[in-house]
Design a protein around this ligand. Structure first.
Ligand code: HEC
Ligand code: HEC
Length: 430
């Protein structure tokens, strides 16, 4: 009976992927065979169902914390879409994560130096008996930009802060960076772009003198114990999906795994160090890590819809120099991520001062733009763009571009209002 139920469920998932147009970010690719559908469903469950603290009757899902930010992945990646800066009640959302570091010689394996007491991320939650670390805060300074045609756009520059600190003051050299959770689109496909293809677009010294000098991040891998090309997160400091799944388990949920075997308590966090441990060696053994990775790598990316007029302007004003529309994979398949996965200096306004491996304080990875039409729908009026979610519209996001993208941004400002609208429509249909 149980077997039949599982079979029915698998069939349903496969059917929904075949007949429904993937107008969401939850549908598996259609070529999965039965046993793969089972792994997909298992991975999805570990991604979706809340974890609990150890010890508990359900050892499969215990080990949460002691310090953590949320108890399930979907808290921050709703329907696999973007996180938001504010929740529906207007308070800062848990999907806005506060990263902490100090500017010192960077650690070779993690790519920065964590804050001595609070570590690399401010935990806004903890299990009973352990104080959480603190809460994020932010305020804004407004700036006005006037577009060709007279439209006024108000940009809000966020000032990052923390309140309610439970373990004393932060180091006076602390660098605070707020990061919003990105949408989880086409992650498996991005892993199939070869290193050579990415490196072919690097132009570190801007030899072609177009003002744009992409650079790949080079990061330490806890899987291969070598330096690899970084592809994921806002500063491309993570080499593979699996690495990021294990990193998220550790940083965001306090779950240990073979890749990150240690709890995130620092030396001075006594209650955290003394709290009960799970019975198993790892909260997330390799097989479950692999299942979540399989789930994320086998989600269908939204179909690219041709919009020639929009793409033409996108190319004309050099958006496509960084947001590369097309890659052909080794298997001959064309994908449309609209990213080069490289780091670019985006200027002072966006800089967060935080170093991650080869990424400087002003450099960010070009975020892939596929899926905007879908995650915009998921978040409705709370949709946001850029690493800290400061932009409420794609138009605001463009107007924050500076540094290597200064010229491209200025070209946008000088487009005819009609052309500006075509470009925005194009982006919102991706
Ligand atoms: C507390 C909020 C939070 C939770 C919980 C969370 N994430 Fe994330 N996730 C983020 C943020 C923020 C980033 C961007 C990190 C950065 O740039 O440094 C991110 C990035 C990612 C990325 C990289 C995406 C890309 O395009 O670069 C993946 C994959 C991911 N998370 C998977 C997971 C998985 C799997 C879980 C559950 C184990 C999870 N996340 C739980 C906030 C969260
Ligand atoms: C020099 C490279 C470069 C150029 C040129 C460039 N971008 Fe970007 N773009 C980036 C980077 C890097 C970010 C992320 C910045 C951040 O988060 O602080 C970004 C962010 C964005 C975002 C927000 C995406 C998200 O998920 O939050 C949009 C939308 C966008 N760019 C559209 C455009 C358009 C349209 C153009 C042309 C007018 C353009 N970009 C030109 C590098 C570039």
């Amino acid at each position: 009976m149980r077997h039949r139920y599982k079979y029915l469920l698998s069939t349903l998932v496969v059917l929904s992927s075949t007949f429904l147009n993937a107008n969401n970010l939850l549908t598996p690719i259609s070529s999965l065979i039965d046993s793969e559908v089972d792994t997909f469903i298992l991975g999805k469950s570990f991604f979706t169902i809340p974890w609990v603290e150890a010890p508990s009757a359900t050892t499969a899902r215990d080990g949460l914390g002691p310090l953590f930010s949320a108890n399930t992945c979907i808290n921050c990646h709703p329907k696999n879409g973007k996180g938001s800066v504010y929740n529906s009640k207007g308070n800062i959302s848990r999907s806005l994560v506060t990263r902490l570091s100090i500017n010192q010689k960077t650690d070779k394996k993690i790519g920065f130096t964590p804050e001595p007491t609070y570590g690399s991320q401010l935990s806004i939650n903890a299990i009973p008996g352990v104080p959480y670390e603190g809460k994020p805060s932010r305020s804004y300074i407004d700036k006005t930009v006037i577009l060709n045609g007279g439209k006024k756009v108000i940009l809000q520059q966020p000032i990052y802060g923390v309140t309610d600190l439970r373990y004393g003051e932060l180091s006076k050299d602390v660098i605070i960076s707020q990061r919003v959770a990105p949408a989880l689109v086409g992650l498996g496909l991005l892993e199939q772009i070869s290193d050579e293809q990415l490196l072919a677009n690097e132009d570190i010294d801007d030899k072609n003198r177009d003002g744009i000098s992409g650079k790949a991040n080079r990061v330490y891998s806890s899987e291969t114990f070598k330096i690899e090309i970084g592809r994921y997160t806002w500063k491309a400091s993570v080499p593979t999906v699996k690495h990021q799944v294990a990193g998220a388990m550790s940083n965001d949920m306090g779950l240990t795994s073979p890749l990150f075997p240690d709890e995130t308590c620092s030396k001075s966090q006594k209650e955290c160090l003394a709290s009960p441990k799970a019975r198993d060696k790892f909260d997330v053994p390799m097989k479950r890590l692999d299942a979540v990775t399989f789930y994320l790598k086998n989600l269908k990316a939204p179909q690219y819809k041709q919009y020639k007029k929009g793409l033409k302007i996108f190319k004309q004003i050099a958006c496509a120099s960084c947001h590369i529309p097309n890659f052909t994979l080794d298997n001959g398949k064309d994908i449309h991520p609209f990213s080069d996965l490289l780091l670019h200096d985006m200027g002072k306004g966006l800089a967060d001062g935080r170093v991650e491996f080869k990424a400087t304080g002003a450099e960010f990875r070009t975020p892939p733009l596929w899926g905007i039409s879908v995650y915009k729908k998921i978040l409705k009026n709370r949709v946001n763009f850029l690493h800290d979610g400061r932009a409420k519209t794609v138009e605001e996001a463009i107007l924050w571009h500076s540094g290597e993208a200064e010229q491209s941004k200025n070209s946008f400002i000088h487009l005819l209002p009609k052309q500006q609208k075509v470009l925005i429509d194009f982006l919102e249909r991706l």
